[in-house]
Write a protein that binds this ligand. Structure first.
Ligand code: BG6
Length: 494
């Protein structure tokens, strides 16, 4: 038998990603309603330092004051995004110039159903996404649609406390059915929910839950109720979507939190294993259709009670996902005797903070940079589930400087180069990867910190945290570099 090393498959889906609330802007145009994210103001660095959790975790009082217009916070960057709503044609043309094979974007629920409760969808919202899809198709770019990138209609959060209530399942299903009926013949790849683990980390952000209003016996129960409801909604979406078009491919997505034990001490290894279980159980549900047994103990130990019926559990079992999607930014460190909450000098990271890792460098925002962790994660997930993987986010948030139309982002090129190298190595290991969409295709408003200053794209957008700028687009050095990566199917990566 002649053995040959695996290489990047032909037709590999190279591209970039975005999210409606971070790029579109036009938050009140053409019938769009108010979403939970439209209410999150900009907090300065100093304000962010004194807030607990993500800045997007705003309190009931803060929401009320925004709604009543009695707040000092008058800057709402996500309402502006980078005005993709009016630039999508020229932006997608730039993605095509880079050679994108796939463009990941989300559909704003409130563009289709402004409050979530309408009988009929908003035609102008559907027209916008139809145009975006058509533009992609014009350049043979495969659209990858996230149905819900966190935000939900404000009215659904207000009336039902978001995903804490079972009623939200049907409202979401109504929205999902509408967009599947419209677009399922043109769009093959779908992700019902962005990073499902956010619901347990940041309740307003991931679940539209206002903690002061929970009906469950404690916050963790409300979060698990919301997560379970999202799983049930996802299963119903898959069931319906497969009827509309049996060729559709559905992915369950999490933020991958690859965690190292601090030392080889068995207690640290166990702590890291526990952390791993709490990150990977989403994929157990997605791939196997069951909550893993270890969660029983976790529920008992943490006094977590939520409603789940036999019928819902059968739905999960009968409607498992086609591929596993995840974002990967950095790795984490876990020890058995350190409380991250009170830790001094902790490392930041996507979604959560952790102990620092002395063996890696960090980004401008303090996120560890660890491409080997990416290789480990790709191998681990594929070994465990044997389902195709889709890397739907990976990239570097940095301070970019634009001078006379040029941005020399060699640091971004270095980050992506190392991660794509790891991706290629994983493919050689036999890991099946469908595609890789960098975060992001174009600069956008940061999700966690709501700023423009933190840039991720190949295309620079001239706008600052306060919306000052021309919103003109400039190609960064990484634009030309990524174009070569795609043209050579990754062969130019050293
Ligand atoms: C992911 C989110 O968790 O991280 C994106 O899906 C987000 O929406 C990305 O933008 C990077 O995080 P941040 O806070 O730097 O924008």
């Amino acid at each position: 038998m002649k053995l040959e090393k695996m290489t990047m498959p032909e037709g590999f889906l190279w591209g970039g990603a975005s999210a409606a609330n971070q790029v579109e802007g036009a938050y009140d145009e053409d019938g769009k309603g108010i979403s939970t994210f439209d209410l999150i103001p900009f907090f300065t660095k100093e304000e962010r330092a004194t807030r607990k959790g993500l800045p997007s975790e705003i309190s009931e009082n803060e929401i009320e004051s925004v709604l009543n217009g009695v707040t000092n916070h008058i800057n709402f960057p996500k309402r502006r995004g980078v005005d993709f709503y009016h630039h999508y044609k020229s932006d997608i043309a730039l993605f095509a110039e880079m050679g994108f094979k796939v463009f990941r974007f989300s559909i704003g629920w409130t563009r289709i159903y402004p409050t979530g409760f309408e009988e009929q969808p908003n035609q102008k919202g559907l027209d916008f996404y139809r145009d975006v899809i058509n533009e992609c198709k014009k350049y043979n770019i495969e659209p990858l649609i996230t149905m819900s990138h966190y935000e939900i209609p404000w009215e659904v959060a207000d009336r039902y406390n978001g995903w804490e209530s079972k009623e939200t399942i049907d409202l979401f299903l109504n929205f999902a059915k509408t967009i599947l009926d419209e677009f399922a013949q043109d769009v093959k790849y779908w992700i019902p929910f962005n990073e499902m683990n956010m619901t347990l980390i940041s309740p307003y952000h991931g679940g539209g839950i206002i903690p002061e209003r929970i009906k469950s016996q404690n916050l963790m129960s409300a979060e698990f109720q919301a997560l379970h409801n999202q799983f049930v909604a996802g299963a119903k979406v898959l069931k319906y979507g497969r009827k509309v078009n049996p060729n559709l491919q559905f992915g369950c997505m999490i933020a991958r939190l690859e965690t190292y034990a601090e030392t080889c001490k068995s207690a640290d290894q166990l702590a890291a294993l526990r952390q791993e279980q709490m990150n990977v159980f989403y994929f157990e549900v997605a791939a196997i259709g069951e909550y893993p047994k270890y969660l029983n103990k976790y529920f008992i130990d943490n006094d977590i009670i939520f409603q789940q019926s036999e019928e819902e559990l059968s739905l999960l079992k009968e409607n498992t996902y086609d591929y596993l999607a995840f974002s990967y930014y950095n790795t984490y460190v876990k020890s058995s005797n350190v409380d991250e909450e009170t830790l001094d000098g902790k490392a930041s990271g996507n979604l959560v903070d952790a102990q620092p890792n002395a063996y890696v460098t960090i980004s401008d925002w303090g996120w560890p940079i660890d491409s080997t962790g990416f290789l480990i994660t790709l191998n681990k997930l594929y070994d465990k589930f044997r389902l195709p993987l889709f890397v739907t986010e990976n990239g570097l948030g940095a301070h970019d400087v634009m001078k006379e139309g040029h941005v020399h982002d060699d640091y971004r090129i270095a980050y992506l180069n190392d991660h794509i190298k790891a991706l290629k190595e994983a493919v050689e290991d036999g890991v099946e990867v469908l595609g890789y969409t960098t975060w992001t295709a174009i600069d956008l408003v940061s999700c966690g910190t709501n700023e423009m200053t933190k840039r991720y794209g190949f295309i620079y957008v001239d706008a600052d945290d306060y919306g000052i700028g021309t919103y003109d687009r400039y190609k960064k050095d990484s634009f030309y570099w990524y174009k070569d990566v795609i043209a050579s199917n990754g062969k130019n990566i050293d």
